[in-house]
Design a protein around this ligand. Structure first.
Ligand SMILES: O=C(O)C(=O)C[C@]1(C(=O)O)C=C[C@@H](O)C=C1
Length: 484
């Protein structure tokens, strides 16, 4: 059995620890085995009568669910793909595992062939096509009957000695049956089924939790790498929609991520990341739990890799591009230094808004700024000398920061805001000069305006997690570049 590497899931782990894990029952199905393998929080396993019911429980946010996705012999599990397709925005996949499927023929200990009926799940019957054809050849009256699951088939035959079931040999003990023949699947060497662990899509509360930095993290430099990937599902592709939020801790996990070329980081950026991560203090456990999702991303394979490569350029800086349609991607790295002068005075709420109607996303969270935003990743800061023909690079960007309470006074004017600007030049992203003309209000309603007026630049910046957006960004399409 190949199991995806996993660690505790994202910041909603406390919730997932208590919520049930649904699977296609009854006990003894392959889904049950997969659910047991993926049940890292040892939550209650709850059998459902169909894959549809499993997915509906997840969509209703009652817990997580394990569903079969694709078999190496019989292909996609259509009930899963149809239902996932239907509920696409409400689901995410956070882990997957692959089980070797070895079917057996089971019947009551007293039962003897020829049988009147053979029961099994549709997928299992498809995987045993040749074996069933052979049985039918010797016994033309044999009826092959679909059941809701392989263990459901075992349950049915436990009441009638004229029936047999194709299921896992684990069902023998559970339903007081005997194994008459083992390994009846057509592919004796590799018959594998991939299963996905589904969770409800992150809601805005989850997003908020992801961006929060707890007060105990004062003086910590935080690097956060986030990748949000949405993509569609096709019957032939078992990668289902994923929402991935990856945070990069200075841990073995970070090394894993950096080794993976799935993320298409340039060598130069990898080297910088590595050396900077090694200087960081330990990642707080509260946040490191999100690491698993990034591992999922890294191990998810072609679909996401392709998307990442197609839609992102990572040339030592990071960008976000928004895409209309069903395939959308955000990928960004943002970093911020945390050192509240006093805990109350230095925190504020920030809202990040993407301007396209095709995709709206808001992330609310706490941001604590220290007097200077540092640049631990060492992104290139070389100014205009790369762009001799563009002496002035006007951008028109507005950042609005609203204080969450009237007790809070945001002191951005005391901060040295070190923004790194990038624009597009001959198809590549290049660093621009840090803007000097910041207008910073010190009131509770704090607005930072950076004036620049070139229509040619796709620009944006993130200051300590606050994203600045061009006010004239088109309402549709990909338009926004973001850098740290
Ligand atoms: O019936 C079961 O045991 C299941 O868990 C379902 C299922 C499937 O739908 O693919 C799981 C694995 C096997 O491929 C056969 C059946």
């Amino acid at each position: 059995m190949a199991t995806a590497p996993f660690e505790p899931d994202d910041t909603s782990s406390s919730r997932s620890e208590n919520e049930p894990l649904f699977f296609l029952g009854p006990l003894g199905t392959y889904s049950h085995q997969a659910a047991t393998a993926l049940n890292i929080h040892h939550t209650q396993l709850v059998p459902c009568s169909s894959i549809t019911e499993v997915i509906e429980q997840v969509v209703a946010r009652k817990g997580s669910g394990v569903v079969p996705v694709r078999n190496s012999t019989a292909g996609a599990v259509h009930e899963t793909s149809e239902r996932v397709d239907l509920h696409l925005p409400s689901l995410r996949c956070t882990a997957h595992t692959t089980l070797a499927i070895n079917h057996a023929l089971l019947a009551l200990p007293s039962a003897r062939p020829p049988f009147e009926r053979i029961y099994s799940h549709r997928q299992a019957l498809a995987q045993c096509h040749a074996y069933l054809a052979q049985l039918k050849h010797h016994n033309p009256d044999l009826q092959v009957i679909e059941s809701a699951s392989t263990a459901g088939a075992a349950e049915s035959v436990s009441r009638n000695p004229k029936y047999a079931a194709i299921c896992s040999s684990f069902c023998a003990k559970l339903y007081n049956l005997s194994v008459l023949v083992s390994n009846v699947q057509d592919e004796k060497m590799t018959n594998e089924t991939a299963f996905a662990l589904l969770k409800p899509a992150l809601d805005s509360r989850d997003a908020q939790r992801q961006t929060q930095v707890s007060p105990s993290l004062a003086n910590v430099h935080t690097i956060e790498m986030s990748a949000f990937v949405w993509h569609g599902i096709s019957p032939d592709d078992y990668d289902i929609q994923s929402l991935v939020h990856a945070q990069v801790p200075p841990s073995p996990y970070a090394r894993h991520l950096l080794r993976s070329d799935n993320l298409a980081l340039s060598d130069e950026l990898q080297t910088r990341l590595r050396s900077n991560l090694s200087q960081l203090p330990a990642w707080p456990s509260e946040l490191s739990v999100a690491a698993f999702d990034a591992q999922t991303l890294a191990s998810h394979g072609n679909m996401q890799t392709l998307l990442l490569r197609r839609y992102t350029r990572i040339d030592g800086q990071c960008t976000i591009k928004l895409h209309p349609g069903r395939y959308r991607l955000q990928w960004f790295v943002h970093l911020f230094a945390v050192q509240p002068a006093t805990p109350a005075a230095s925190s504020m709420t920030f809202t990040t808004t993407w301007p396209a109607e095709t995709h709206r996303s808001e992330i609310d969270g706490k941001l604590r700024m220290r007097p200077s935003i540092s640049n631990p990743l060492g992104f290139p800061t070389r100014p205009l000398d790369l762009l001799p023909s563009y002496p002035s690079l006007p951008l028109d960007l507005t950042l609005e920061v609203t204080a969450p309470s009237d007790r809070l006074r945001i002191q951005l004017d005391q901060a040295t805001i070190e923004a790194h600007w990038y624009g597009q030049h001959r198809g590549g992203w290049v660093p621009l000069q840090s803007p000097r003309d910041l207008e910073i209000s010190t009131e509770q309603e704090c607005t930072v305006r950076i004036h620049d007026h070139s229509p040619g630049w796709k620009g944006g910046a993130r200051l300590g997690g606050v994203k600045l957006i061009r006010s004239d960004a088109p309402a549709h399409g990909q338009s926004t570049g973001v850098c740290c």
